[in-house]
Design a protein around this ligand. Sequence first.
Ligand SMILES: *Cc1c(COP(=O)(O)O)cnc(C)c1O
Length: 357
Amino acid sequence: MKLPAHQRFWSPAVRGLTPYVPGEQPTIEGLIKLNTNEHPMGPSPAVLAAIRAETGDALRLYPDPDARELKHALAELHRLQPDQIFVGNGSDEVLAHIFLGLLDHGRPVLFPDITYSFYPVYCGLYGIDHARPPLDEQFAVRVDDYRRGNGGIVLANPNAPTGRLLALAEIERLLTLNPDSVVVIDEAYVDFGGESAVGLIGQYPQLLVVRTFSKSRSLAGLRVGYAMGDPGLIEALERVKNSFNSYPLDRLAIAAAVASVRDPDWFERSCALVIREREAMRERLQARGFEVLPSCANFLLARHPQHEGAALQAGLRERRILVRHFKAPRLDPFLRISVGTEAQGLALDDALAQILA
Ligand SMILES: *Cc1c(COP(=O)(O)O)cnc(C)c1O
């Protein structure tokens, strides 16, 4: 078969890839951006000061390849040991290393039919077989669907893009049913009202909990994520990392992330603000006739019985408001709307009133 000219140097692996498509990051002024679950507030002032303090001659030098200061700060925060923590360039990179290092065992990795759409992309990149038990009618995970041979399990909790939380007791049941599989709990949104599985790490050596600074710490632009688990799991990730990039976190990222962990006041206030605004947004959407899923995240998944998801998204875009719509089987009627400021929430409500009229 003749390949298009621009593809002639591509390896067979690249030709077979289906990459993840991130939400758009437009540069248009004045747009209200509720499409990628970023935090509506700027980061902690202490974080910005730490970045400024790190900006100088020291940038001549490579950063600490082990980001020890950050691992110590995170270990203290989560009451773990530094050798139970792995840090990477955003949790996407951490997840990629997990798929390669801990989930490739010749049996299918399990994750729900509706979840973070990067998981199947990593399976494609590394040639890992996977199966996707469907969420139930209310978009909840059924733990009993995960009682089958598998090469590992990956659950986002709260799930994305549904916002639904699986109770900690159910996660523990999942771990009990799967003593010989790595179970990854991706807690990207847990700070907005979830129950963390971190406390189970000592009891379950197959458990890996993944976190990010992108959402609740308002540092999506910095690219810092981490995983927590048994030192044996962490060592596998270090081996992958040190075979790929010794310095995934630069000096600015390490300094900023440490400062973020050391500013719990900003963190707690800003999460509380997002949770409050999420509930206000839910009430306004319901008043306009939307069905809104219960959410423990910084976004809502909502649909209108009389309007299609794609049409609503287009109508909002015309009014300079970006939200996310997924062209996937069961998600098609829905919009995923990130929680913004109060002013942005009111502007969304105005725009929806016009579109629905
Ligand atoms: C946003 C998100 C991530 C990626 O976070 P980064 O640290 O910015 O790479 C991972 N998992 C889920 C479920 C997310 O929503």
